[in-house]
Design a protein around this ligand. Structure first.
Ligand SMILES: CC(=O)SCCNC(=O)CCNC(=O)[C@H](O)C(C)(C)COP(=O)(O)OP(=O)(O)OC[C@H]1O[C@@H](n2cnc3c(N)ncnc32)[C@H](O)[C@@H]1OP(=O)(O)O
Ligand SMILES: O=CC(=O)O
Ligand SMILES: [Mg+2]
Length: 551
């Protein structure tokens, strides 16, 4: 593209109800400008990720960077901190942006709502743009909904949570939008720039008028250069619509193992926009497995349910996160316990409340300023634990945790963890991967499976553990060698146990599980091939699969 050409974005999809209100010529022009400015840098960052993974695979350990030591050692700098409406974040509810969940989240009583286009959303075209319609309405106090069974939903409180939108990560594309790159090729749009750009363009001003602002959670960052890219996107966008520099606030998820080595640097790059860091435990575990999967038995993790927040490497990570945040005036936000209540089963609910209470008590005691819950039924429990520590204070930034000393080795030290892999653990991973992916293919990106919240991050753990166990030749406690054939056999068994219907996507889900867990190749995210080849809104999914097979 010549520097004098006006950048364009084209829409290659049918428009659903009210999509034209989001995909306006002005909004598309803004997206086109974002792509002209930043798509090349996004690609550079993704290439950099690949090189880093290769270097870890080749035995080079992650370390605190010598070239950024001055950023870590400088005690002077601070981040922007809480924007208006973010002062007290003791309980935040997370969830997808479909219309019913949007209203339920707004009525939930949480302080903030993480409106999620990442782990909890299956990025069908209707979810992506429909979610923007719902957010647009929510911000303007005009969201209502009637369910298929006739239930009426509307916002019933004026104490709605502050909305913090989470766009999709840098690795994903939005294939229904295309831009022209510098070499003149048409390319799928960046999912991050699409989600951020549409939300920001339509709502930044309206959010400021409500006394809050355009706030974001930034997922799956791997290093400070990715943070710099986001910071430049923010500054460009603020300038583009003429709002003051620093109006945007970002809470950055530390949910990849490389990012844990650059927490200070990430905050520093985003210091004019940063409100805090979040300990995204599920993607963090996945990232550890992904990056160290080929480094031998000492990096093999036990059954998924054994990897708790109290194992040493997870404690090292959260302790360092709280300390780093408070040193810089940033909020430390805790993560997601996967236990959820079940209204049909009081015992399950009681166990979930007890587990969540334990988790939140530990977080509040460690110095976190707030936390996440997956379900409205968990808010009171989480709040009680934070109230007990915070009282009337909106945060505990003054707890700087000088006693914490975390070394690079501790962040990846799995030596005290017994690699207890069981037959039940293998089967559970197969079952979760299959059932979650099937749900995702139907457009449902967060699901209650076996009374646990499952989303893209937790499913990644399940499939990557299977891959690693197969490739490391692990034998379970019961004496079963975990081979490709064994897992394939389990997959068949689990598939046979499912209630099938004509519209289910289990056959496609089975293919995806094979592709992401049983092949030699390890796709960096299961959502990349699943999105490219299987996730379409229309029933033509099967046709496109047939075309792919023929190609
Ligand atoms: C690793 C990470 O990234 S964690 C963050 C990403 N993951 C998430 O955000 C998961 C969010 N949670 C959820 O999506 C849901 O709680 C699920 C899918 C796990 C369970 O949902 P359901 O099966 O609908 O649970 P359940 O039937 O108990 O829900 C009861 C009511 O609470 C509502 N509800 C449940 N979770 C939420 C939520 N997170 N936000 C808003 N409303 C919710 C349901 O819509 C339902 O409303 P209704 O009575 O009007 O029908
Ligand atoms: O996004 C959160 C996580 O745990 O992953
Ligand atoms: Mg995550």
């Amino acid at each position: 593209m010549s520097p004098h050409t006006t950048p364009t974005i084209s829409v290659n999809a049918e428009l659903g109800d009210r999509f034209d209100e989001i995909l306006t010529p002005e909004a598309l022009h803004f997206l086109a400008r974002l792509h002209a400015q930043f798509a090349g840098r996004r690609q550079e960052r993704l290439n950099d990720r690949m090189l880093r993974r290769k270097s870890i695979e080749n035995g080079r350990d992650l370390r605190f960077l010598p070239e950024t030591a001055s950023v870590r050692e400088n005690t002077e700098w601070r981040v922007a901190g809480a924007g208006p409406g973010l002062e007290d974040r003791r309980v935040e509810i997370t969830g997808p942006t479909d219309r019913k969940m949007t209203i339920n989240a707004l009525n939930s009583g949480a302080r903030a709502w993480l409106a999620d286009l990442e782990d909890a959303t299956s990025p069908t075209w209707s979810n992506v743009i429909g979610g923007q319609v719902n957010l647009f309405d929510a911000i303007r106090g005009q969201v209502d909904y009637t369910s298929d069974d006739g239930r009426q939903y509307r916002v019933e409180t004026d104490q709605t949570p502050t909305i913090i939108m989470r766009p999709r990560g840098w690795h994903l594309v939005e294939k229904h939008l295309a831009f022209t790159d510098r070499a003149g090729h048409r390319r799928a749009a960046s999912a991050s720039l699409t989600d951020f750009g549409l939300y920001f363009f339509h709502n930044a001003q309206a959010l400021i008028e409500t006394g809050r602002g355009p706030y974001f959670y930034l997922p799956k960052l791997e290093n400070h250069l990715e943070a710099r890219l986001w910071d430049d996107v923010f500054t460009f966008s603020e300038n583009a619509i003429g709002i003051p520099h620093g109006t945007i606030r970002a809470t950055i998820l530390i949910e990849t193992i490389p990012a844990a080595f650059e927490m200070d640097e990430i905050l520093y790059e985003l210091r004019d926009h940063a409100a805090g860091l979040n300990a995204g435990r599920w993607d963090y575990i996945f990232s550890l497995i992904k990056n160290y999967r080929d480094r031998g038995r000492s990096f093999v993790l036990p059954d998924r349910d054994q990897i708790t927040m109290t194992v040493p490497f997870m404690r090292a990570y959260t302790e360092l996160l709280v300390q780093t945040c408070h040193k810089r005036g940033a909020y430390a936000i805790g993560g997601m316990s996967a236990f959820i209540p079940n209204r049909r089963d009081p015992e399950v609910t009681e166990r979930a409340l007890a587990k969540v209470a334990d988790d939140k008590r530990r977080e509040a005691g460690d110095g976190f300023d707030g936390t996440w819950v997956a379900h409205p039924g968990l808010i009171d429990t989480a709040r009680a634990e934070f109230d007990a520590v915070l009282g009337d204070r909106p945060n505990q930034l003054e707890r700087t945790r000088p006693e914490v000393e975390v070394t690079a080795a501790q962040l990846v030290d799995l030596s005290s963890l017994e690699p207890r892999v069981t037959d039940a653990g293998v089967r559970s991973n197969v079952s979760i991967a299959l059932r979650y992916i099937e749900s995702w293919l139907r457009g449902v990106g967060a699901a209650a499976l076996d009374n646990l919240m499952e989303d893209a991050a937790t499913a990644e753990i399940s499939r990557s553990q299977l891959w690693q166990w197969i490739h490391q030749g692990i034998v379970t406690e019961q004496g079963t060698r975990i081979t490709r054939e064994h897992v394939g056999h389990l997959l068949h068994e689990v598939l046979r146990e499912q209630d099938r219907s004509l519209s289910d996507r289990f056959d496609d889900a089975e293919n995806i599980v094979r592709m992401v867990a049983l092949e030699d190749d390890f796709p960096t995210f299961l959502t990349i091939p699943a999105y490219a080849h299987y996730l379409v809104d229309q029933p033509s999914a099967r046709e496109s699969k047939a075309q792919m097979a023929a190609a």
